[in-house]
Design a binder for this molecule. Structure first.
Ligand SMILES: NC(=O)c1ccc[n+]([C@@H]2O[C@H](COP(=O)([O-])OP(=O)(O)OC[C@H]3O[C@@H](n4cnc5c(N)ncnc54)[C@H](OP(=O)(O)O)[C@@H]3O)[C@@H](O)[C@H]2O)c1
Length: 353
């Protein structure tokens, strides 16, 4: 087999890492490619689920003796602690790897230190190869670990004139089946789906990840969270159907915020403690407005249907904006047509002061 460059190997490791998206939490996604002393690929691995073997261990097992004198190319700094598995740094040293190339350092205070251990053992360590690319593949986990609360994606569906429901309150379905399938794929990548009690009372959603054609449930379901100050979620609500875990987060349990609702930073901190790293905020307009006003949204995903209603509630309510100078500016990162609808992805720009 022909030899590959470290850069090519890292591109492959990033592809491998992405296969774990949605199943590794509370761990990160990680990919690893092992090259032998001649630069030939002798092992590949990715972290598939929490508690399962780390990417480096999978690749080392494939490589066997051929890892000796070779190079491990890995998307995240190898862990240095004994968790559910033993340290990857030690395993790489014991396998006789001569060089380790890392895309992104590990921000987790418990697991960091792998690079130092490797260097102390005489292994050459290079950091930052395709760092930005690897970072974006792991953005939710890295952001959550650095700041201590989950990465929040606000998803909404609206007509081209920005309505989230018709004047009589009906809202099913604004967007196409193709767009709704896309939402299920997005749900499958997060650890928790969050709605306000207003959405539960109006729409009685299931909030599960399922096949829209036959209704079958995905094996892994995100935690369903209803933000419900006074505990108004009905006993018979579909979110209580047992198809996935559900947390009705009340003010009594989480704390009360300045506007009298559930304290949102405290809610996110509590979710982080439960191992949630990525949250899909699915509405409705009032809860989304409160999250945006508090600067707690990291990414916006809007599905726009080529339809007009001319009346009915807006996709967003009370986001703390009263004049154009206060508008929440977004940077567009992707525009894709999904069936007949548009999916727009954008990042809120950081505000001054
Ligand atoms: N098009 C879409 O993408 C989409 C998505 C979801 C919903 N919807 C539509 O939205 C409508 C429901 O709107 P909604 O605004 O009432 O729903 P919502 O945002 O899901 O729920 C709002 C409720 O959440 C509770 N809440 C608790 N803590 C809060 C906090 N800190 N900030 C804000 N709210 C907090 C409040 O009720 P308590 O005071 O009782 O706690 C509040 O009234 C429905 O017609 C539904 O169809 C549309």
């Amino acid at each position: 087999m022909a030899s590959v460059s470290v850069d090519e190997a890292m591109r492959r490791a990033i592809e491998l890492a992405a296969r774990g998206l949605g199943t590794t939490s509370p761990n990160p996604v990680v990919g690893c490619v092992l090259l032998d002393a001649d630069g030939e690929v002798v092992g590949e691995g990715f972290h598939a689920y929490a508690g399962g073997p780390h990417a480096e261990i999978v690749a080392l097992a494939q490589a066997g003796q051929r890892a000796k004198g070779g190079t491990a190319v890995v998307t995240l700094e190898p862990c240095d602690h004994v968790g559910r598995t033993s340290p990857c740094s030690t395993a790489l040293v014991q396998a006789g790897v001569a060089r380790v190339v890392i895309a992104v350092p590990d921000p987790n205070p418990v697991a960091t230190g792998g690079a130092a251990t490797l260097r102390d053992a005489g292994v050459r360590v290079d950091l930052g190869v395709r760092g930005a690319e690897a970072e974006s593949g792991n953005v939710a986990w890295l952001t959550a670990m650095r700041r201590g609360w989950p990465y929040v994606i606000w998803k909404y569906a609206a007509t081209l004139d920005g309505r989230s429901a018709a004047a009589d309150g009906t809202s099913m379905w604004i967007t196409s089946e193709a767009a709704r399938m896309d939402v299920h794929a997005l749900r499958a990548t997060v650890d928790a789906v969050v709605v306000g009690v207003g959405t539960v009372l109006a729409d009685d959603p299931r909030l599960t990840v399922r096949n829209l054609r036959d209704g079958s449930l995905a094996i892994r379901q995100p935690l369903r969270v209803v933000v419900d100050s006074a505990g108004r979620t009905p006993d018979g609500a579909r979110v209580r159907d047992g198809a996935a875990r559900t947390w009705v987060a009340t003010a009594a349990e989480v704390g009360t915020g300045p506007d009298g609702g559930v304290d949102l930073p405290a809610l996110l901190a509590a979710l982080h403690t439960r191992g949630v790293r990525a949250v899909l905020l699915e509405g409705g307009p009032r809860l989304a407005g409160a999250f945006l006003a508090a600067g707690l949204v990291d990414r916006v995903v809007g599905y726009l249907a080529p339809r007009l209603l001319g009346a009915g509630p807006a996709a967003l309510v009370d986001a703390g904006v009263t004049t154009i100078a206060e508008a929440i500016d977004l940077e567009l990162t992707d525009v894709t047509q999904v069936g007949p609808d548009l999916r727009i992805t954008a990042l809120p720009r950081k505000r001054e002061g």
